[in-house]
Design a protein around this ligand. Structure first.
Ligand SMILES: [Zn+2]
Length: 399
């Protein structure tokens, strides 16, 4: 009646319903022209997503979105500041550009476009960093920081997780709007089954549809990361296993999360060196001799972090000592640096009261690749009311 009073004639009806009996819900004049032709239009975009229609339409829609993101990827690839470029790529030019598409449509129809987009992201990373990764390294880069990755998530790898999480989270709302939305168990629907198979293919222990549909996307991608992490650790040689575990520690991944500004901005060469070390990319084709100490300079530059010659090891030690001195001063501990304790070796830092006791701090540094040492990262030796010994490399006590 309202339509008649306003004089509005429908020109088309857009429907994303699949298998629904539209005639039970709409007047026939809404669904057909006076000549009897269907007004129904299936392949269209609504709120930025391809409404379910022909698989070719969904594929073309995702490909168009990926192509639109290509200009931004090209621009970021030309950045000279790799720290800024990586942050931009991770936050707004990579995975995020297609998250809406992979949450709104099943992954199968979009897979080719998603793979192409991942290749474009990989090319962008290589352009601004000058680092060309093999498959294992690129997979690592796609994991989260806590699994030694760079957070450059693969949209093709995460597509099944995104779709399943979206379907699971919205099904109750859709059923409230349309009682006919789910006529059988949600987990038995073909798109859900296909996505579930794709998701489980990247897990050691497959999950059921009900298990997957009850989880959020972040929970599902964490499962993928965990499996990938365990696979890489199992296949890596012991030296790189130690590096991976070290890089997964909070202190080793913080430089990726900082805003590159002021004191947290890194020189591009230093930043790229950190990325190479994190991802296990060699710095040279072969081992060589260290020009400073004549030791073996490993192609992955493990030796460069521990070389006793050249003075940089001392500079590193003093930089950490001074930083801790600044922090404890701000906290009101009134620290004294290089404090001598009754003729014994000096403490790097001494405070007259820490948790109720006079405390001396000495800082030692352990390489994660040190032979036979399962520890990794920077270690701080702490002794209360006494001096703990050890040189800058955590060597044996000698006092
Ligand atoms: Zn050396």
């Amino acid at each position: 009646m309202r339509r008649t009073r306003l004089g509005i004639e429908p020109t088309e009806v857009r429907s994303g319903w699949v298998g629904a009996q539209l005639t039970a819900h709409f007047l026939d004049s809404l669904l057909r022209t006076p000549a009897g032709d269907s007004r129904l239009l299936r392949n269209f975009e609504f709120l930025g997503a391809a409404i379910i229609g022909e698989p070719s339409f969904v594929a073309a829609h995702t490909a168009a979105r990926a192509a639109a993101a290509g200009k931004l990827l090209d621009a970021i690839g030309e950045f000279e500041d790799s720290q800024v470029a990586l942050r931009l790529l991770r936050s707004c030019a990579g995975h995020a550009r297609l998250t809406h598409s992979v949450r709104c449509n099943p992954p199968l129809a979009q897979q080719a476009a998603l793979v192409d987009f991942d290749l474009a992201v990989r090319s962008c990373f290589s352009s601004f960093s000058g680092i060309h990764l093999d498959e294992t390294q690129w997979t690592q880069a796609g994991r989260s920081f806590a699994q030694a990755g760079l957070g450059l998530r693969s949209v093709s790898r995460d597509a099944a997780s995104a779709y399943l999480a979206s379907v699971g989270a919205t099904s109750s709302h859709a059923a409230a709007l349309d009682p006919g939305y789910v006529d059988t168990a949600l987990g038995t629907h073909c798109p859900v089954q296909e996505a579930l198979a794709a998701f489980n293919s990247s897990l050691a222990i497959p999950l059921t549809a009900d298990q997957v549909l009850s989880k959020r996307q972040h929970e599902l991608t964490q499962l993928l990361d965990k499996h990938s992490w365990e696979q890489q650790l199992a296949a890596a040689p012991p030296v790189f296993q130690a590096t991976l575990r070290s890089e997964a520690e909070p202190g080793a991944r913080a430089f990726l999360a900082t805003i590159p500004s002021g004191r947290t901005r890194m020189e591009p060469a230093a930043f790229c060196a950190e990325l190479r070390h994190r991802l296990g990319v060699p710095d040279s084709a072969t081992d060589a001799w260290c020009p400073k100490c004549d030791g073996v300079l490993h192609s992955h530059s493990y030796h460069a972090a521990t070389c006793c010659a050249g003075g940089e090891r001392t500079l590193r030690h003093h930089a950490v000592r001074d930083l801790l001195c600044t922090w404890t001063t701000r906290a009101g501990f009134q620290p004294v640096d290089e404090h001598h304790l009754s003729g014994r070796r000096p403490a790097d830092l001494f405070v007259s009261s820490y948790l109720g006791s006079p405390t001396a701090f000495r800082f030692g540094f352990h390489s994660p690749t040190a032979a036979g040492d399962p520890r990794y990262g920077v270690a701080a030796s702490v002794g209360r009311g006494d001096c703990l010994c050890g040189d800058e490399n955590g060597a044996s006590p000698d006092c």
